[in-house]
Ligand binder design. Structure first.
Ligand code: NI
Length: 231
């Protein structure tokens, strides 16, 4: 049904040898990624997919040849699976953000939240999830513990746009477009109209700054600089 099963929802990378590999111990990412030879950062979008705003975000990313990482809620994946197929086709990465975004869960609930989401994403687009973002960024609960059991890499962020609170496109553009640095991981939510409105503008600013938006897997394990594909 699916011609390829990319590990992270990334397009196949060149098979040439790499100068860096992702350390096996890297199970939780909590800040910017250092040591990068390229001017790259990662835009991440949580809580979707949303039937309208996610499509708007995808349109803008495509126009700018930019890649992003989407941390999806299983309950939304089940409603809008077509958007996942589009994400994968267009080279974006996909991660789990639990099924229903609970702030707390028992052990059994956490097992179900992650397993249901894993299966829903696999069914929707053929990706076997390896990335996780804990709801509310809580790394002390049972969801995070289950993510560890599943050997997911847990990804937090280094720049929080606070888009859900301010609902202000200009503020998002300023924080994510102008206020970012190489290796940053930017937190946004593709379920808000203001965020979708901000993305084309912030991508234009990144273009002007000659900063490329790449996926989390790319940021963690970039190709050797002399082999970097033009994307
Ligand atoms: Ni969230």
């Amino acid at each position: 049904m699916f011609p390829t099963e990319p590990q992270y929802g990334d397009p196949p990378q060149p098979s040439a040898s790499k100068t860096q590999t992702r350390p096996a111990s890297r199970r939780r990412i909590v800040g910017p990624i250092g040591g990068l030879s390229e001017r790259v950062l990662a835009l991440t979008f949580d809580d979707g997919p949303h039937p309208h705003h996610t499509a708007t975000v995808l349109d803008a990313l495509k126009k700018h040849d930019a890649k992003a990482t989407f941390f999806l809620l299983g309950e939304n994946v089940a409603r809008y699976p077509k958007l996942l197929r589009r994400m994968v086709e267009e080279g974006h990465a996909i991660g789990s953000h639990s099924w229903s975004h609970p702030s707390h869960a028992t052990h059994d609930q956490a097992v179900r939240e992650l397993e249901r989401t894993h299966q829903a994403i696999l069914k929707a687009c053929g990706v076997s999830v390896r990335l996780f973002r804990p709801p509310y960024g809580i790394v002390t609960g049972s969801l995070e513990a289950q993510a560890k059991v599943r050997k997911y890499t847990s990804v937090l962020w280094s720049v929080d746009t606070m888009d859900w609170r301010y609902q202000d496109a200009a503020r998002i553009v300023r924080v994510a477009g102008e206020g970012t640095r190489r290796g940053d991981i930017v937190l946004m939510h593709d379920i808000h109209r203001t965020t979708a409105q901000a993305v084309p503008r912030l991508l234009a600013i990144l273009d002007r700054r000659q900063v490329r938006a790449v996926t989390i897997p790319y940021l963690l394990d970039p190709p050797a600089s002399d082999e970097a594909p033009a994307r």
